[in-house]
Design a protein around this ligand. Structure first.
Ligand SMILES: NC(=O)c1ccc[n+]([C@@H]2O[C@H](COP(=O)([O-])OP(=O)(O)OC[C@H]3O[C@@H](n4cnc5c(N)ncnc54)[C@H](OP(=O)(O)O)[C@@H]3O)[C@@H](O)[C@H]2O)c1
Length: 277
């Protein structure tokens, strides 16, 4: 009998030298037992990156699932974020302690500024730098930072963010930001990568799905991986968790990736971060 070889999932090395899986689970809009179950299922399937936030009100359940999984803590990459109401230096440090308590795990891998809140960005980032310097987080990053926010950050930051988590899909593809981040070694991570299903009926994606004998969601997720973009699709269905994880098993030809790069129409699920400038 031939033994099935388990495909190896792709990892990236962040600019401070730590490694992170490219594919992860986003846990927005799942609560209580549902959230705990989804994280447990995901870890069982093979996911090793979980993206939560204080805003999602499920840090406790994420922590429970991680502790109960029996998987070594150092094999799982955990991201959480400072909420919009907690910005400012002292507030951020306090919010971090609350997240740590809820997660109840030894450390957080990546702490992100959830949104670039006007007037508070500098103090909030300086608090993240302090957490990083004190080794309370393994890495610090941002979310929803488009180029003007990243430029501003660069002007006062002693430590640059290792990662920027932004809304990103073929229909919301900011090529300038992609190039900017690549140049500065800031890892891009896509949220709402499958547009919460809203664009999965695009005939061009359906055509590609047929070509590769994959689902539309898989084509879109694989498009991220092909370009070194980390992606964190959310699902609380075990079947779709498996479907999304299976994108580690195939690849898309460069010309199809390039074709999908032409789909951009600034289609957004969430607010345009420029409203925060
Ligand atoms: N930094 C930020 O400001 C920010 C903003 C938004 C999101 N995020 C993060 O990014 C993660 C993902 O984004 P998102 O939750 O907004 O949207 P998403 O991952 O694009 O879509 C999630 C939705 O699609 C469904 N779905 C999952 N897999 C599917 C598949 N294979 N085929 C069809 N439908 C599928 C899910 O339903 P089921 O659960 O029923 O499968 C859910 O309704 C969030 O969970 C969160 O961690 C960050």
């Amino acid at each position: 009998m031939t033994e099935q070889v388990k495909p190896v999932q792709p990892y990236t090395t962040l600019s401070n030298g730590i490694t992170m899986p490219l594919l992860g689970l986003g846990v927005y809009d799942m609560y209580n037992a549902e959230a705990e179950q989804a994280v447990s299922d995901a870890l069982e399937i093979g996911y090793r990156l979980v993206d939560t936030a204080s805003l999602y009100r499920n840090e406790k359940e994420v922590g429970n699932a991680i502790r109960q999984s029996g998987i070594n803590r150092n094999e799982i990459f955990v991201t959480t974020k400072v909420g919009n109401g907690d910005h400012g230096f002292d507030n951020t440090l306090r919010a971090f302690d609350v997240s740590m308590k809820k997660l109840n795990i030894d450390y957080i891998d990546l702490y992100l500024v959830h949104w670039p809140i006007k007037g508070k960005r500098k103090e909030t980032w300086l608090a993240l730098e302090k957490l990083y310097k004190e080794k309370r987080v393994r890495a610090a990053g941002v979310a929803n930072y488009l180029i003007p926010f990243l430029n501003e950050l660069e002007s006062y930051a002693a430590i640059q963010p290792v990662l920027d988590q932004v809304e990103l899909s073929p229909w919301c593809f900011n090529k300038e930001l992609f190039d900017y981040c690549r140049k500065r070694k800031i890892q891009l991570q896509s949220y709402s990568p499958i547009t919460r299903g809203k664009k999965l009926n695009d005939p061009r994606i359906i055509q590609l799905a047929k070509k590769y004998n994959r689902t539309a969601a898989q084509i879109v997720l694989r498009w991220n991986i092909e370009q070194g973009i980390s992606t964190i699709p959310k699902s609380s269905s075990k079947i779709r968790l498996q479907e999304n994880f299976d994108v580690i098993n195939f690849s898309i030809a460069a010309e199809d990736v390039a074709f999908m790069n032409t789909f951009n129409e600034n289609f957004r699920i969430c607010d345009d971060p420029m409203l925060f400038l």
